[in-house]
Design a protein around this ligand. Structure first.
Ligand SMILES: Cc1cc2nc3c(=O)[nH]c(=O)nc-3n(C[C@H](O)[C@H](O)[C@H](O)COP(=O)(O)OP(=O)(O)OC[C@H]3O[C@@H](n4cnc5c(N)ncnc54)[C@H](O)[C@@H]3O)c2cc1C
Length: 552
């Protein structure tokens, strides 16, 4: 039997939840169709660090950071590098999104009970010229409660709407087809999967126990990206980033499978910028994995020395936290798909953060007592220490010779020459006592510490890497970690999807990662960070409001 509603939302991730709650708020009926079980509500956002791009916020102002729409837009455009005809709508989304981040984004969330950790982070610092890539100022606002703290208000609103009979969840329902009548999308059909009580984030059963179809006046596709599907990542890998890595780890659960993207494309939707993606180069294999090939991204502070597989220091300005895709491009140009950090205990203690809600129990658990220890603790946060002790990619030694030989052993080759690495570290170390400083990374350390937030919890006091007082020495083998899909379905500002003939497909909307976080690629080639969750909020809200209006 076919159920009928006003709007169908495919995907109960953040974008889907935002869209669905807006529809219910407008008094319309909405069915949220989700292939995973109820325990996975919130999708990737639950696992996220909850970092949000905000512009000229009270948190920034309190820390003396002067930001503005104009500066943020300059940074966004320099980072995005829009250069295609297909960038018409992404560019319009970018302008609208930066206005949202400088406008009502914070107040809208705050009214729902969302709160922000007061120290603003400084991600993607760039290092080129003022019009180039990167954030001119710190803008990465971490949600108090991380990912779950961001999902929570939308889940609460969704449960209320469920109680009022306006919103219905259909978990374990996997959409296989978008239904169309006379060119208008008017429903979905697919398979009912067997119930599975597997823990959130783990791969669930794909055993089919039935089928379903639902009809509606509009369908919003909010099914996420492709990062859990390495075949698709490799297929879409752009030549400008070199050959696809042979070895990759996954920064997202397996349900980020990209399957619904193919289904929506088959219905005639126009997928643009599929070659744009955002993968990290500081991935470490999770010693305690939840999903297949589970990797964690190190959110590095600026001090670790970064070497390629052959032992050559990465060129300026490719320092930790400066330019993710620049680093990826460089690393792939070496012919190897990994690189190395070399650092000290003093650096790991202050500078290593791990992205993910489960890796930050202090912030996720909203514990001030635990969080304050980030600034005062003698050791690194417990999850970082656990990686140091158990992680397959970590090596800890008292002297450089032992460190290098263990690194060669771990890599299974002899690419690293002790003398060559030592010479580079000693040269950098000499700059620590040089008041004028030639080394751009060391200059950056001094610059970073002019920002109180960095000085407090993010940037170690500059010191010599080979000074035993700051030891032991630590090496971390860094892998490529898949995460975000920057391209997606081309939409207008109401999140209405264009078809291949560039006409709007009636009844079809897309939001979140499936829509390239807005328009088919609001980021262009690169991101300023904290912009993905925000893109889900903004495109989900636009889609929900527009669809609710359209169904009359
Ligand atoms: C560890 C981690 C840390 C992150 N940190 C940050 C951060 O700090 N800041 C930031 O901005 N971003 C961050 N992100 C990225 C951000 O969380 C995601 O990009 C965002 O949550 C994607 O939301 P979405 O709703 O578009 O998709 P998803 O969360 O992937 O949700 C899509 C849902 O659709 C369902 N679905 C897919 N296909 C079908 C189908 N055929 N039928 C039915 N259901 C289907 C899926 O099961 C899934 O539940 C992080 C991500 C991770 C994993």
């Amino acid at each position: 039997m076919t159920e009928v509603t006003d709007v169908i939302v495919v995907g109960a991730g953040l974008a889907g939840l935002v869209a669905a709650t807006e529809i219910a708020d407008a008094g319309k009926r909405v069915v949220v169709v989700e292939q995973e079980g109820e325990q996975s509500l919130g999708g990737q956002a639950f696992w996220s660090f909850g970092g949000l791009f905000l512009v000229d916020s009270p948190e920034q102002r309190r820390l003396g950071i002067k930001d503005s729409y104009e500066l943020a837009l300059q940074d966004w455009m320099g980072t995005a590098g829009f250069d295609r005809d297909d960038d018409h709508w992404p560019r319009r989304w970018a302008e609208a999104y930066v206005a949202f981040a400088a406008g009502d984004k914070r107040d809208w969330l705050r009214a729902m009970g969302h709160r922000i950790f007061p120290v603003v982070g400084w991600a993607e610092r760039g290092g080129y010229d003022a019009m180039g890539h990167g954030n001119s100022v710190p803008r990465f606002h971490v949600t108090w409660g991380t990912g779950p703290g961001l999902v929570e208000p939308f889940e609460r609103r969704a449960r209320e709407a469920q109680g009022n009979g306006l919103l219905t969840f259909k978990f374990r329902h996997r959409v296989d087809t978008l239904m169309m009548t006379n060119g208008v999308v008017d429903g979905v059909s697919g398979a009912v999967l067997e119930p599975d009580s597997i823990e959130r984030g783990k791969s669930s059963s794909r055993q089919v126990i039935g089928d379903f179809s639902f009809r509606a006046q509009a369908v919003i596709v909010a099914s996420g990206g492709i990062g859990g599907n390495h075949d698709l990542v490799r297929q879409n890998w752009p030549t400008r980033l070199g050959a696809p890595p042979r070895f990759m780890i996954s920064g997202v659960p397996e349900h980020v499978d990209g399957r619904m993207i193919g289904i929506t494309e088959a219905a005639g939707a126009r997928l643009i910028n599929r070659d744009r993606m955002w993968h990290y180069v500081e991935g470490i294999q999770n010693w305690n994995p939840i999903w297949p090939r589970h990797g964690i991204r190190i959110l590095p502070g600026p001090s670790s020395m970064w070497f390629d597989a052959t032992g050559k220091r990465l060129p300026a300005p490719l320092f930790p936290g400066s330019d993710t895709l620049g680093q990826l491009q460089y690393i792939m140009s070496t012919g190897y798909d990994y690189s190395w950090f070399i650092l000290t205990q003093s650096i790991i203690k202050k500078e290593f953060a791990l992205s993910g809600s489960e890796q930050n129990p202090d912030l996720t658990g909203k514990s001030w007592r635990m969080t304050i220890k980030r600034a005062t603790n003698k050791g690194a946060p417990a999850p970082v220490e656990a990686f140091k002790q158990n992680g397959a990619d970590f090596i800890v030694r008292d002297n450089l010779a032992d460190l290098i030989s263990a690194m060669n052993e771990l890599a299974g080759n002899d690419l690293l020459s002790h003398d060559r690495v030592k010479a580079q570290i000693e040269a950098r170390d000499r700059e620590i006592t040089n008041p004028y400083v030639k080394d751009a990374q060391v200059m950056n350390l001094h610059n970073a510490r002019r920002y109180i937030g960095d000085k407090l919890i993010r940037t170690a006091r500059p010191h010599k890497i080979l000074d035993p007082a700051h030891g032991p020495l630590i090496a971390v083998k860094l892998n490529i970690l898949t995460r975000k899909t920057l391209g997606g379905f081309e939409t207008d500002l109401d999140s209405r999807v264009f078809g291949t003939s560039r006409e709007i497909i009636s009844g079809l909307y897309a939001a979140g990662e499936a829509a390239g976080f807005g328009g088919g690629g609001v980021h262009g080639y690169r991101s300023l960070e904290g912009t993905f969750l925000g893109g889900c909020l903004f495109s989900g809200r636009n889609a929900g409001r527009a669809a609710a209006k359209a169904v009359g």
